[in-house]
Design a binder for this molecule. Sequence first.
Ligand code: DOR
Ligand code: ZN
Length: 425
Amino acid sequence: MTQYLIKGVRVLGGEPADLLLRDGVIAEVGTGLDARGAQLVDADGLVALPGLVDLHTHLREPGREDAETVETGSRAAALGGYTAVCAMANTDPVADTAGVVEQVYRLGREAGLVDVQPVGAVTVGLRGERLAELGAMASSAAAVRIFSDDGHCVADPRLMRRALEYVKAFDGVIAQHAEEPRLTEGAQMHEGEVATRLGLAGWPAVAEEAIIARDVLLAEHVDSRLHVCHVSSAGSVEILRWAKARGIRVTAEVCPHHLLLTDERATGYDPVFKVNPPLRTAADTAALRAALAEGVIDAVATDHAPHAVEDKECEWAYARPGMLGLETALSIVVEVLGPRWDLIAERMSRTPARIAGLSGHGQDLVAGAPANLTLVDPAARWTVDPAELASRSRNTPYAGMTLPARVVATFLRGAPTVLDGKALR
Ligand code: DOR
Ligand code: ZN
């Protein structure tokens, strides 16, 4: 296996050092290391981070391979600096059996660009009626630990309680898409002044907050682990802060788009800005940024949601919710948090790896650690061109925007998946 010697890289923005990658691990860290037959990677001016881990990726395979495949989504992930992604269960067929999660897992291994960790559905067919075969998915080759009906809320409190209880047996976690469905019937965007002006039906923040409040209490009652997907409102942050102070085992993620964009973007009725939960107000983005820095929100997750042109480039009301995220996430986080590399590594790698139970990821870049890492040019500025993205879909809300920081290289178990900003397969 080829060895790689990364010269002069600033680990988490620290002093320049050399990293020798051999046999899938970081064999040596030091200064003035010589090549000894290794392939040199000149990393002058680059920052090294542990490979990013995404808790929330829609890869669309099986079922909507026209929008994304495990392979194209994996390539987008590697280009975004990721070494592991959690593939959401709302595929067709739904990933609610050992067979489907094993299929997704196998496709991930075959693509070989990132570790694809399947998420299992909580309920059969995401219908919210009865529990899926959680135990069989956990003990399958895919070793599922995160279960989610994402796209739908597990709205029935009794079913949610049972799911939380069930996954304790294998240290699983229920990742809830918090949306009280009775409060969002027909909803098109955030309920507020902009929705009123545009004449679009509102998705009130309380629909999210009410479910989070209920679920942290359920998690406390059965002493189980809850993870809250794509937190979008200031009120949700307050509930999470309360729950954590009480010692409830809850973690939460925020998406880059909810950190940067607001409901004002809907003004042009461009469905590229339609997403679920919706873009909210500047007060919400400010609260989410502060909560992420503080740790009330544990992780950044993309909710990468590729959609085919006919599902997205249509009238707002008919468009599917969701936006691409993998290839822009790191840049958006640098834009909102600044170049705080240790904090970014915590929120985009170490903590999500811990939540997902991915022990080979999110490790500090020291000798002996798995060689899962990404090299970032902190000085780069780049303009997002949808045509240049590796995703099979084009629904990025950042088209034409100039963003800071760019991934130059990504290594998975010591082998490059991206070099010089290009995917290697
Ligand atoms: O915007 C969204 N898109 N939110 C979800 O919960 C599901 C996702 C999708 O699957 O497209
Ligand atoms: Zn969701």
